[in-house]
Every structure is written in C-alpha cells, then in structure tokens.
Design a binder for this molecule. Structure first.
Ligand code: SMG
Ligand code: MG
Length: 368
C-alpha cells in the first residue's frame, strides 16, 4: 500500500450523562478520527486521547500536531506500507502512543478491507461475542449510584466497575454489595488517586471480594503497586502504568499487578495490545479490554481484541448507548450481557454519513 494522505477529523459527541472520574468530569467526548487513504483503499483510525492531558500525557491538539508534523510525513517517506511496518517506522519518535496507535489502526483497517479479512480473525479471536462490563462514574450520592448500578444490571451488564477516589471508595462499594449481593462481579478504578500511604485504607476494601482494584497509585509508581499488592488481598490491576509489552513484562516480574487492563490506544495500537495479551497468557495473568469512550469504530476494534482467548474477564466494552444517544456507526447493542464481534472486512463497521457529519467539528487533509 502507498499512502495518499490522512484526513484528520475532530468530532464532539455529547454524553448521555456526565462521566466523573478522580481526574474530572466529562459531558462531551471530543475525539480525533483518521481516514487513512491509500492507493488500495481507505481505513479508519480512532485516536483515544482526551481534550486535556489528565488521563495520560497525550491530548487531542497534541496528537493532531504530532500526526501532522511528524508521524504522517515519516510514513509518507516509507516505500510500500503494511500495517505491521507502521510501528517500527515511527519508533524513533518518543511516546505519542495514542497518535501512533490511531494511525496503525487506520492502516490495519485499510489493509484488511482491501483483502477481505476481519480484524477479529487477524488478531486471533476465538469467540463470536464477548461479555461486557460497565464503568460507573463517581456520583453525588450513594442512592444516585445505586440507581445507576440497578439500571446497568437490568440492562444485563456482566460486571460493574465503580470509579473511586479518596472520600468515595469504601462506602459506595459497601452499599453496592449490600444492595446487589455478593455474586455481582464488582471492581474499582482509582485512576491514580491514592498513594502508598493509603495502603491501610485501601485494605478496607478487602472484605468486599472485589475482582480487582485498577491503578490505585501514580502511573510511574510501579514499585509502589508491588508494595501495595503485598498489603491488600484485592488483586491489583494496572491501566495507566502499562504503556507497552515491555512495561507490562516489568510490572508482572515485579509483582506490581496480578491482572492487566489492555487499552490499544494507550500502548500504541492493536498489534502491541496483542503482544501484551500473549505476554499475559504466557505468565498466567488475566487480561481484559479497557475502554476510552470510543465511538463505534474504536468499539468494534476493542470487541475484536476482547475476543482473544486470554481476555478472561469482561471488558469496558459497553454498548454504544452507555455513552452516546447516537453513535457514528450502527450502534453496538447489548444482547444477554454480550456484544457481537464484527465479522466484516477490517473493523467490520463504517461511519454513517449523516451521523458523522452531525458531530464533526473540523476536518483537515494532510497529504502524504
Ligand atoms: O469506554 O467504558 C469506557 C470507559 C471506561 O472507565 C473507563 N475508562 O481509566 O479505565 C479508565 C477510564 C479512562 C477514561 S475516563 C474518562
Ligand atoms: Mg482505568
């Protein structure tokens, strides 16, 4: 394939309800979509960076800038391209994994569409549907939280994840356990809101039989997570700290995580995400697929990844309706707590013209 150019499309999707985490509240999800145009056809990539660098160092304007000025020109200078060459061709640029991952995703989609292969098959999926969890934001009150959880359980979600922060942790977990019982798969995500000094406090979550606690400490505090893991019985899962197969291997060796959250954008793409899956399988470490409030495009790819054999826990692969009244693709709808894995060529889904136009803020053509 030869790159013709990339269209960078900024979109803004209103959320069905505000989503509050330990680092802030979102009411609209801004995203950057990439339409990768080659001499053999087009593919779609989705950059999961957020508007502000509060989940990770990347942010949308920065991602657009590095794509425009560095990543796309570097790929344009490479001869014939295949998706698996994208990451090595961009390796001399440090970081910017979400931007790189979006570009690789666009090439993967283009290549697979051109050859009639599905992403799920290409990655090595073994299921035709995947069980889904839901991430529940921090609320103003416990009754409000219980109503939200009740609604999600009614919809059929197979697992509940509560966002936590200091002041919103033990009580909401206790309340959910008391109201919905011990059989609900329940886990928590702190998005780095604690320090190792909070170990005794976090041990108060131990009696609630949580599946895991996700990223309690700073993303760079891998040793702190290893120390914490020895002081609590809830399994520690890393999200923000796992930026590559290499950092995953180190975290596992150090005992910093018993479970790994894989987000393709965070680790530079679906091919690196698969390597992390393979690494975890080799170490007997359960993995699950995280989410970044993707549109139907990123959701399709996440569901394909989540169908790999090592993904033994339900992911944050919720239905489109969890976040968006209208998705830009045919919506993903929960059936019996599961989403169907797309089987068509490439991502297996495409943006709907009018829905995409309705949320587009700007487009920019970056020629190769
Ligand atoms: O897509 O369902 C989703 C989002 C799940 O909680 C979720 N993601 O740290 O895991 C995480 C967060 C990151 C994004 S929060 C704005
Ligand atoms: Mg997380």
């Amino acid at each position: 394939m030869k790159l013709t150019g990339v269209e960078l499309r900024r979109i803004a999707m209103p959320l069905v309800s505000p989503f509050r985490t330990s680092f802030g509240t979102q009411t609209t999800r801004e995203l950057l979509l990439l339409r990768v145009v080659t001499d053999e056809g087009e593919g779609w990539g989705e950059c999961v960076a957020m508007s502000d660098p509060v989940y990770s160092p990347e942010y949308l304007d920065g991602a657009a800038d590095v794509l425009r000025h560095h990543l796309i020109p570097a790929l344009a200078a490479v001869g014939p391209l295949e998706a698996h060459i994208v990451a090595p061709a961009l390796a001399r640029f440090k970081g910017h994994r979400m931007a790189k991952g979006a570009l690789e995703m666009g090439f993967l989609d283009a290549e697979l569409r051109a050859t009639g292969r599905s992403l799920a098959r290409e990655l090595g999926s073994v299921h035709d549907r995947v069980p889904c969890g839901v991430s529940v934001g921090i609320m103003d009150s416990v009754p409000q939280l219980l109503d939200a959880v009740d609604g999600y359980l009614d919809e059929g979600y197979a697992r509940i994840k509560l966002k936590i922060e200091p002041g919103w942790d033990v009580e909401p977990v206790r309340a959910v356990r008391e109201r919905f019982g011990d059989t609900v798969l329940l886990q928590v995500d702190a998005n780095t809101a604690y320090t190792l000094g909070d170990a005794r406090h976090l041990a108060r979550l131990d009696p609630f039989d949580l599946v895991l606690i996700e990223q309690p400490l700073d993303e760079e505090d891998v040793l702190g997570h290893a120390d914490l893991a020895r002081q609590i019985t809830t399994p520690v899962c890393l999200d923000e700290s796992i930026t590559s197969a290499q950092t995953a291997a180190a975290a596992i060796r150090l005992g910093a995580c018993q479970i790994v959250n894989v987000k393709p954008g965070r680790v530079g793409g679906y091919l690196e995400a698969r390597r992390i899956h393979d690494l975890c399988v080799a170490h007997g470490v359960p993995v699950w697929c995280g989410g970044m409030l993707e549109t139907g495009l990123g959701r399709a790819a996440n569901v394909a990844l989540a169908a790999l054999p090592g993904f033994t826990l339900p992911g944050d692969t919720s239905a489109s309706g969890r976040y968006y009244a209208t998705d830009i693709t045919e919506p993903f709808v929960l059936e019996d707590g599961h989403l169907q894995v797309p089987t068509g060529p490439g991502l297996g889904v495409e943006p709907l013209r009018d829905e995409l136009a309705a949320v587009t803020v700007s487009t920019e053509w970056v020629p190769a």
